[in-house]
Structure formats: structure tokens, C-alpha cells
Design a binder for this molecule. Structure first.
Ligand SMILES: Nc1ncnc2c1ncn2[C@@H]1O[C@H](COP(=O)(O)OP(=O)(O)OP(=O)(O)O)[C@@H](O)[C@H]1O
Ligand SMILES: [Mg+2]
Length: 243
């Protein structure tokens, strides 16, 4: 993948008859691969909505989203969601073992039985001990469940991985190792990792950071510079959240 570009994207939702609330307002940016990009913003600022537009779980009211210069929406939505993968904050599983859940993108869509060796390698990568591979996901801790879900996302070898607070419940040491690994994964193969998080130390691991405030991009730049600028919007937002 080379780039993901938002051009003057807006999105609003109907809240009552004749009343709509703008959730994204004239959002423009371009991300170039390889890249690890943090997305920060208060609760309700529009982070998940932005991800949902990329995944075509919703469509913009105005503007365009382009991947490698082509507007999203030409091909099949299924193919798009296998290429641009959204890892939600809460894990959701299919009936079956942990291993079955990692290979699910194949067997659920009848593409094949699934590549078990590849799934096992990914479970090792996200530090799930082998004795848990045949367990039901519900028997795992919340942090382990999130890591199984990340393994399932990686199983697809996506061009773009969107982590929507997906590392919030992880042990900080495991999260640190996993984010280092994902950054390598993105850089080695010209992929994009887009990470919505409220945690400054995770934002600092990114190459670039976007800050959303009430649906607008209010800052875009190197995380250290934005976070260390005491009077800037990024520091203000994260300070307000810590209070
Ligand atoms: N389907 C919908 N219908 C109506 N309003 C919506 C819908 N989806 C999102 N919203 C509103 O859009 C705003 C942005 O929501 P969004 O989930 O994108 O925020 P967020 O930045 O991801 O917040 P958080 O950090 O809490 O996850 C919120 O005010 C939310 O209530
Ligand atoms: Mg959200």
C-alpha cells in the first residue's frame, strides 16, 4: 500500500427528525506507507467514526476517501474489509477454539480450512501460551482475548490495520512489545498502522499523530512535539482526560 487520503470528509448523523449532528467536519489528511500513526481525541471526537468510514461500515456525507489514489467503494466491501482491517475495542468471537478463531477469516467465508501453522505462529507472536490454543476464547483473560483478536486481524495480512483502543486492556509490558512488533510489521512491508488511543506513551511510539477535536483535525505532526507542547491541543486533551 502507498497511501490513504481523506479529502474534505464530513459525516453527520440524524439525531431527531430534521436534526443532524456533525461528527466529522471537513477532515483532510494523507497517510503514506509505511507508517505508524496515532489518533488521539476526547471521547466522542469521532475516532471510531473515522475508522468506520474507512471500513465502509458507514459512508461520508461529503468528501472522498482514497486508497492509493482510488476512491473507496469501487470493489467489494468484503475485499475492502480484508485489506483494511478494523480491530475493535471489544473482542468478539465465533464458536470454536482460540486457534479456530484466528483462522476464522478463511473458514467463515469458505475460502478454505485455514492455515493452522500460520495461526499458531501469530498466536506465539501475540504471546498466547500454546496450552490455551485449544481453549474457548471465553476462558481467556480480557487481555489475552484482545491479543487473539489482534492475531486474527494479522492473519489477513492487511494493508492497513486500525487499532481502536485495542491495546487498552493489555499488560503495559506486553502492550509495549506488541506495539514494537506491529511497528516492525508495518515498516517491513509498507503497511499502515493507525492506532486510536488515549495513552500518551502509546502515542509516543507512533511516527506521526493526528488529533481530533469535535470532528476536526486540530493537530498533525510528530507525537513528541505535539505532546510536549504544553499549550497545544494534544496536551490539553490528554490532560483533560487524566483529570
Ligand atoms: N450511528 C450513530 N448515530 C448517531 N450518532 C452517532 C453514531 N455513531 C457515532 N455517533 C456520535 O458521533 C460522535 C463520535 O463518536 P465516535 O464513536 O466516533 O467517538 P470516539 O472518538 O471514537 O469516542 P471514544 O473515545 O469514546 O471511543 C459521538 O457523539 C457519537 O454519539
Ligand atoms: Mg471510539
Amino acid at each position: 500500500m502507498r497511501s490513504l487520503r481523506f479529502e474534505n470528509v464530513s459525516k453527520s448523523f440524524a439525531v431527531e427528525k430534521d436534526r443532524r449532528v456533525a461528527v466529522l467536519r471537513d477532515v483532510s489528511f494523507e497517510l503514506t506507507a509505511p507508517g505508524v500513526v496515532g489518533l488521539a481525541g476526547r471521547s466522542g471526537s469521532g475516532k471510531s467514526t473515522l475508522f468506520r468510514l474507512v471500513n465502509r461500515l458507514a459512508d461520508p456525507d461529503g468528501g472522498r476517501i482514497l486508497a492509493d489514489g482510488e476512491a473507496l467503494g469501487g470493489g467489494s466491501v468484503v475485499d475492502l474489509r480484508r485489506r483494511f482491517v478494523l480491530c475493535p475495542q471489544r473482542a468478539a468471537f465465533f464458536p470454536g477454539s482460540v486457534l479456530d478463531n484466528v483462522t476464522a477469516p478463511d473458514w467463515m467465508t469458505k475460502r478454505g480450512e485455514g492455515d493452522v501453522a500460520r495461526a499458531e505462529a501469530l498466536l506465539e507472536r501475540v504471546e498466547i501460551p500454546p496450552e490455551r490454543w485449544t481453549s474457548e476464547p471465553s476462558a481467556l483473560s480480557v487481555g489475552q482475548q484482545m491479543r487473539v483478536q489482534i492475531a486474527r486481524c494479522l492473519y489477513l495480512s492487511p494493508d492497513l490495520l486500525m487499532l481502536d483502543e485495542s491495546t487498552a486492556n493489555l499488560d503495559p509490558h506486553i502492550a509495549g512489545r506488541l506495539l514494537d512488533d506491529l511497528a516492525r510489521w508495518a515498516r517491513e512491508d509498507s503497511r499502515l498502522l493507525l492506532h486510536a488511543t488515549h495513552e500518551p506513551d502509546k502515542l509516543r511510539r507512533c511516527d506521526r499523530m493526528l488529533v481530533l477535536e469535535a470532528g476536526r483535525i486540530v493537530a498533525d505532526g510528530p507525537p513528541a512535539r505535539l505532546l510536549d507542547d504544553e499549550r497545544g491541543p494534544a496536551a490539553a486533551i490528554l490532560r483533560a482526560e487524566a483529570d
